[in-house]
Design a protein around this ligand. Structure first.
Ligand code: MTE
Ligand code: MO
Length: 187
């Protein structure tokens, strides 16, 4: 039997529906910085040009929102999270990564799923620059977890040695959020 492609409780939709906790300030690319900090050997900041000089990858993946919609086969292009790990060299004991959006959004991602070969910092979607409503100029994409873990308008990544909760996790959403396990809310 073929493995099911749609997790329980999900239905297919054609394209992702933008969800935002609040308004997002404009940002000109020359002013873009990605801050990398926390339990790492080499904390620092990357400019837009520095990001584009890192290894680039293309990932095709389904995108599952916890509210019940899933989008098949989105094509994301950007920097594999492994390239960021190689750069900052997380200390032994890192177990979570906190992703920050520039409007104030946060979400905690387990380090194994952050490092998954399909996880990336995306700046293109379906062959075009990432649209503003989908997180321009850069978003985290973690296809193995519900879409709320894929922080848009990415401004920083913080490497953590113990769990800290982000925006939705602090309001009861699951710390891991695996759609194949139906991890919507903490029990
Ligand atoms: N910065 C930021 N990232 C975010 C959100 C947000 O409000 N702010 N919403 C999350 C939620 S709940 C979902 S379902 C997805 C939706 O992605 P989309 O807006 O590209 O469809 O973005 C996630 N990333
Ligand atoms: Mo969501």
């Amino acid at each position: 039997m073929m493995p099911a492609r749609l997790p329980v409780g999900q239905r297919w939709v054609e394209k992702p529906i933008p969800y935002d906790i609040g308004p997002v300030p404009d940002l000109a690319l020359p002013r873009f910085r990605l801050r990398l900090f926390g339990a790492v050997e080499h904390p620092g900041e990357l400019t837009w040009d520095e990001l584009l000089r890192l290894p680039q990858t293309t990932v095709q993946a389904d995108f599952h929102c916890v509210t019940g919609w899933s989008v098949p086969g989105l094509v994301w292009e950007g920097i594999p999270t492994g390239a960021i790990v190689d750069l900052v060299r997380p200390q032994p004991g890192v177990t979570w990564v906190m992703a920050y959006g520039r409007e104030g959004y946060t979400t905690n991602v387990p380090y194994p799923q952050f490092q998954d070969p399909h996880s990336l910092l995306a700046h293109r979607l379906n062959g075009a620059p990432l649209p503003p409503e989908h997180g321009a100029p850069l978003r985290l994409v973690v296809p193995s977890l519900y879409a709320w873990k894929s922080a848009k308008y990415l401004s920083a990544l913080e490497f953590l040695t113990s769990v800290r909760r982000g925006h939705w996790e602090a309001r009861g959403y699951h710390d891991v959020g695996d759609p194949w396990r139906g991890e919507r809310f903490r029990s």
